[in-house]
Design a protein around this ligand. Structure first.
Ligand code: SF4
Length: 488
């Protein structure tokens, strides 16, 4: 998963993109990059990228170099190739004069890359990631056009979308300072646009992964791009939109459950409200099963809204008894089992006195590998809880994700081939309670959703994703990072 943002029309575009990225940091913490383009003749692109958190990559001096009224930013979350600086985005194709940032994962990357490598154009070039492949194919499709414009870009995107299988929300900058963005035909990953008028009366436009980043920067008139839709915004503010190719809309359910910021909306639904409804539905289920507790405790941060809803609906006190050390990175994004377990221990700590003698209903957004849950249950038991019910706002995750979220091979998933009782035993809890798939659908209020990791049924073909998955597991074993095909 990654965060993307692009702005055109702003004198301080790089600075704005920086603050936009700060609001997308949760989508990727491996590295970040900002690219700007100034209106000189010949036009100049300026790029700075680096590994680590956004505020460690950029300094005040960065913004002296990142000149121009159009900027594009990217925060990276990698499932493979983690330490390779060559994989940091945005990418620039100097021939076509296009810079690109991508969020998602191309399932048929290997097949497309091999096909491209067999062409004349591939001589002395390499493709190190699916994001680079998107840029390469797009640039190739634009080659026959005399100019880069909304018409030529939309025509090129129609050809590109014929080839790509997978999830992709993409933002691009042209050498003229134009901006364009597009979403895959299923709309798996989010992409929103907004506008605002500056003090000089000029209208500025932006595209970003999440609405929270746009709102933070003062953009309004915020709209999400439809599945398969593209928008082209010229440097002087002419906006053209077109649906390039649409199939059944299938937004990723995990954006609401875990990934997106609670202040954002996705597919027209507030993330906060969706999480609250997930809690209300779980409360109904818990009541039906005669499960009760003395306190409802959220696992910070993402499950808080659901835990409040459960506590209110069940008439049980809500208590924040697991305290997060805010200086430790999200465990989900760390790459190996041992590092992840160590980080969990450092990241969360219980208020021992308050837990002692209590029947605790612990609410987490999801249980993926079970590492966090196991450690938590152990800590809560050590603090003296008399009973632990672990509640997951997400249904059991038992299949891999091929669209950019690091859900591993099934045998690494705690819910794969296990009953709730077996999972509880494995985790050391008295019981575990999962959201149902029907409850999830009701809470997210979507006509259709991607629930591939819950059901094994995906909105696109994923047969070629199995090769990707093998590669990713190899990479995890091989810490020397020889394999470079990443997901974002
Ligand atoms: S498989 Fe799961 S995590 Fe991946 S896009 Fe679909 S719903 Fe989201």
């Amino acid at each position: 998963m990654c965060g993307i943002i692009a702005i055109t029309g702003s004198v301080g575009s790089a600075y704005e993109v920086f603050f936009g990225l700060m609001n997308l940091q949760h989508r990727g913490q491996d590295g970040a990059g900002i690219m700007t383009v100034d209106g000189k003749n010949p036009p100049g692109f300026h790029i700075q990228k680096g590994s680590g958190l956004i505020d460690t990559v950029f300094s005040e001096r960065s913004f002296q170099a990142l000149k121009g009224k159009a900027a594009l930013g990217h925060s990276r979350y990698a499932t493979v190739g983690r330490n390779d600086p060559n994989l940091l985005q945005p990418f620039l194709d100097s021939e076509s004069g296009i810079g690109l940032g991508h969020n998602g994962n191309i399932v048929n990357f290997y097949a497309l890359r091999d096909k491209w490598l067999a062409t004349e154009d591939s001589r002395n070039r390499e493709i190190v990631s699916d994001s680079q492949l998107i840029l390469r194919l797009l640039s190739d499709h634009l080659k026959e056009s005399k100019e880069v414009s909304s018409a030529t870009v939309f025509a090129a995107l129609a050809k590109l979308m014929d080839d790509l299988v997978g999830s992709y929300s993409v933002v691009c900058l042209t050498k003229d300072g134009d901006l364009f963005g597009f979403r895959d035909p299923h709309g798996i990953r989010p992409l929103a646009m907004g506008s605002k008028v500056n003090d000089a009366g000029e209208t500025l436009y932006a595209l970003a992964s999440e609405t929270v980043a746009l709102r933070f920067l003062g953009f309004d008139n915020i709209e999400e791009l439809d599945a398969g839709e593209a928008v082209y915004i010229t440097h002087d503010g002419i906006v053209t939109r077109q649906t390039i190719r649409k199939e059944s809309s299938s937004p990723c359910m995990f954006e609401w459950v875990y990934f997106a910021r609670v202040e954002s909306e996705f597919a027209g639904q507030s993330v906060y409200k969706a999480r609250f409804r997930l809690g209300l539905l779980l409360a109904e289920h818990l009541k039906k099963c005669n499960i009760t507790a003395d306190v409802v405790v959220p696992v910070p941060e993402t499950s808080r809204a659901s835990a409040i809803a459960i506590a209110e609906a069940m008439g049980i006190p809500f208590r924040e008894l697991l305290i997060k050390n805010r200086y430790v990175n999200r465990t989900f994004i760390l790459d190996d089992q041992q590092t992840r377990q160590e980080a969990i221990r450092r990241k969360l700590f219980p208020i021992m006195d308050e837990i002692k003698g209590q029947r605790c209903l612990i609410v987490d957004d999801s249980i993926v590998r079970g590492n966090t849950a196991k450690q938590l249950v152990r800590l809560i038991r050590q603090a003296g809880a008399t009973e632990i019910t672990l509640v997951s706002t997400c249904p059991p995750i038992n299949s891999p994700c091929y669209y950019g979220i690091d859900f591993p091979s099934p045998d690494e998933l705690i819910a794969y081939n296990r009953t709730e009782e077996q999972i509880a035993e494995e985790l050391g809890a008295d019981r575990v309670v999962f959201q149902t798939i029907e409850g999830l659908k009701q809470a997210l209020a979507q006509k259709s959703l991607c629930t591939g990791c819950l059901t094994g049924e995906y909105p696109t073909s994923v047969s070629e994703g199995v090769a990707f998955e093998k590669q990713r597991l190899l990479d995890r074993k091989d810490k020397s990072d020889k394999v470079k095909e990443p997901s974002c």
